[in-house]
Design a protein around this ligand. Structure first.
Ligand SMILES: C[S@@+](CC[C@H](N)C(=O)[O-])C[C@H]1O[C@@H](n2cnc3c(N)ncnc32)[C@H](O)[C@@H]1O
Length: 447
């Protein structure tokens, strides 16, 4: 399978990362996190891309998501809910509509994985108020969030009061919310967790799950098909000298000031043996092809699927990606541009396209998946144009009106976020219905 060109994502007018061809002579700053990663590699040998990604994104000593202020025009990237309130409002309509179809369960609670600044849930809750009976069913909100700084932002965004907040017992970092009460949303209890398995919801409480731009941040492993059909793992090693190219694995090797470089593992790593044993990857690829696999995504998807089925819940997974396995989408995003992901760990977002076929495969037999369909199709079918019209009529300010139209286009246009972002719905295994607006994608369900 040919390597695919990475798509331009999470940014409006981005510039694709290109090496400048300059042979730099000094290494970039060795931050505490970079030093920690370097020392780990020197002590134990090259590490998987997954380990590198995990450290660079969530390490308490300077991981990217521990910083918090990474979203928006001033940050490194912009996400759909940060572009327009219409995004969250449309999601609220989807949940309210399916709550009706599922027989109006008396108790529900929202569960969001990777809530960022809390904007999406805040918009969903605000828009849900228009559906009075649905709103009355909501018992609480559960956030899966590892970043202390983002937890604080979510806490404030949802209108929680610090006087009424329970903090985690982390003595090194006081003031990380564990639970609070939302003043903006009916005094609802909001709880934070590191992991999905920590959530305790009442047996008769139906979970309404949202994962927006969560799976793309989960660690990936990368493998290359070599002679005799064996898979070699691509690892991250220390680059001692600037004359060593950052990426000796690719044909366009280039000089770099990074402290790290890719290498092929010498023997078969346990990751290669375990992950690539799956027959799913056998026949599809030729010698030299790369694949990126996220077992952590599969693990979480299995949990989600079982949980949604056992509690008669429903979920939406929205992310950029495709419905097949790719090999070269791992990238850094900094200041709205693509960046070398091995440069300055902790200073940029690291991400890879989501393989929706792998998520569906993980959920197979445990829940029913519908889609993925394109974000533009989802938003249009759920009425984003009608909502846009309402908002346009609510103001006579031409600048505000132009802004609204620009945001609508950005979310839905096939050349912007309308096509690269996809929506996957997850319903209980025994459900007989096809959720709106997935009718055209119903045939794709399962693996
Ligand atoms: C790209 S942001 C998306 C934020 C938000 N959903 C939005 O669209 O604006 C990724 C989110 O996932 C969280 N996250 C990343 N890896 C995580 C992990 N392993 N466990 C829990 N949360 C994680 C980040 O802290 C952040 O809140």
């Amino acid at each position: 399978m040919a390597a695919l060109t990475p798509l331009v994502l999470r940014q409006y007018s981005p510039t694709i990362y290109k090496p400048d061809g300059t042979a730099h002579t000094t290494k970039e700053e060795l931050t505490p996190l970079a030093k920690h990663i370097r020392d780990t590699i020197l002590a134990t040998g090259p590490i998987s891309i997954a380990s590198y990604m995990q450290l660079a994104l969530t390490s308490p000593i300077g991981g990217y998501y521990t910083r918090g202020q990474v979203f928006g025009r001033e940050g490194d990237f912009v996400t759909s809910p940060e572009i327009s309130q219409m995004f969250g409002e449309i999601m609220a309509v989807w949940y309210a509509m399916h709550w009706e179809t599922m027989g109006r369960p008396a108790k529900t609670s929202f569960v969001e994985l990777g809530p960022g600044r809390g904007t999406l849930m805040n918009d969903i809750m605000r828009a849900s108020k228009r559906f009075k009976a649905f709103y009355a069913s909501i018992q609480g909100i559960h956030f899966i969030e590892k970043s202390p700084e983002l937890r604080r932002l979510q806490h404030d965004k949802l209108g929680c009061d610090w006087n009424d907040t329970t903090a985690t017992s982390d003595k090194n970092s006081p003031g990380i919310p564990a639970s609070g009460t939302s003043k903006s949303h009916n005094g609802l209890r909001i709880s934070w967790y590191d992991l999905l398995e920590e959530i305790a919801v009442e047996q008769d409480c139906v979970p309404l799950v949202m994962a927006h731009e969560f799976f793309d941040a989960l660690p990936i492993y990368k493998f290359e098909k070599s002679e005799g059909g064996k898979w070699s793992e691509i690892l991250v090693d220390v680059a001692e000298s600037t004359s060593i190219p950052t990426d000796p694995v690719s044909s366009s090797a280039k000089p770099s000031t990074s402290h790290f470089k890719y290498v092929r593992a010498r023997g078969v790593t346990s990751n290669a043996a375990l992950i690539m044993r799956d027959q799913r990857f056998g026949a599809l690829f030729d010698k030299g092809d790369h694949v990126e696999i996220s077992p952590e995504s599969a693990r979480i998807m299995i949990q989600l699927a079982e949980w949604i089925s056992s509690k008669s819940g429903m979920g939406l997974i929205i992310d950029y990606g495709v419905d097949w396995t790719q090999g070269n989408t791992f990238r850094g995003i900094k200041n709205h541009r693509f960046s070398d992901p091995l440069s300055s760990p902790g200073s940029m977002d690291l991400t890879a396209d989501v393989d929706f076929s792998y998520l569906r495969y993980a959920a197979n037999g445990k829940a029913r998946c519908f889609g993925p369909i394109e974000q533009g199709e989802f938003l249009h079918s759920m009425g984003i144009q009608a909502r846009l019209q309402q908002l346009l009529h609510s103001t006579s300010d031409a600048k505000v009106q132009k802004d609204l139209v620009d945001c609508y286009k950005r979310l839905t246009d096939v050349h912007s976020m309308g096509r690269v972002y996809k929506v996957l719905a997850v319903l209980p295994a025994e459900t007989a219905m096809t959720p709106v607006p997935f009718a055209s994608a119903a045939a794709k369900e399962g693996s």
